[in-house]
Design a protein around this ligand. Sequence first.
Ligand code: 5GP
Ligand code: MG
Length: 198
Amino acid sequence: MPSASMSGWTKNKRKRKRNMKNNLPEIDVVFDADTIAKRIETLAGEIADKLPEDLLIVVVLKGSFVFAADLLRALDRAGMRPRVDFITLSSYGTRTESSGTVELTRDISEDVKGRSVMIVDDILDSGRTLAFATDLMTARGADSVHTCVLLDKHEKREVSIEADYVGFPVDDLFVVGYGIDIAHLFRSLPFIGVVRQD
Ligand code: 5GP
Ligand code: MG
């Protein structure tokens, strides 16, 4: 596994010192920016081959905003012209373990009735968030509901649900970066990593 010392983020000694001074943990890279970009290009091609051009993409905030932004532009390169809306769902708060209940904190504004919808989320973990979003779109009369997640923690599943499109399978690690946070930190990292445990 490449280490964060290879990235521009921790290569910068001044920043490392500042992080240590502020008690910010070191992050080990799990998927670097280039690996993520290449995978998204492939995913977009697969989605464009299968799903209708007038797709409505529902982005689950906040964690997937960076992934969604890159995926949307890759879909455009693949010839799709999707519409986009955003929903905010929360089950974590500022903790690292899911609370078990999904809360809808901000709804979409589009009417999904009769539409082809694809839900985009950062991580499929217990499955509750994606199941909640899928059930909501189905109950509102969407014609079809597909799902796309960047990371799939398969061993953590508690609800029977699989995503139609998956960026990468991952072990049960608490990841950060590329839009994904821990207590609102690290969303701006260009890679996905884990907090170093030493
Ligand atoms: P689920 O409802 O499937 O248990 O959880 C999915 C949501 O939990 C994801 O959209 C994400 O917001 C959050 N989540 C799951 N695993 C992680 C993780 O490793 N790091 C962070 N920051 N959030 C996670
Ligand atoms: Mg989330």
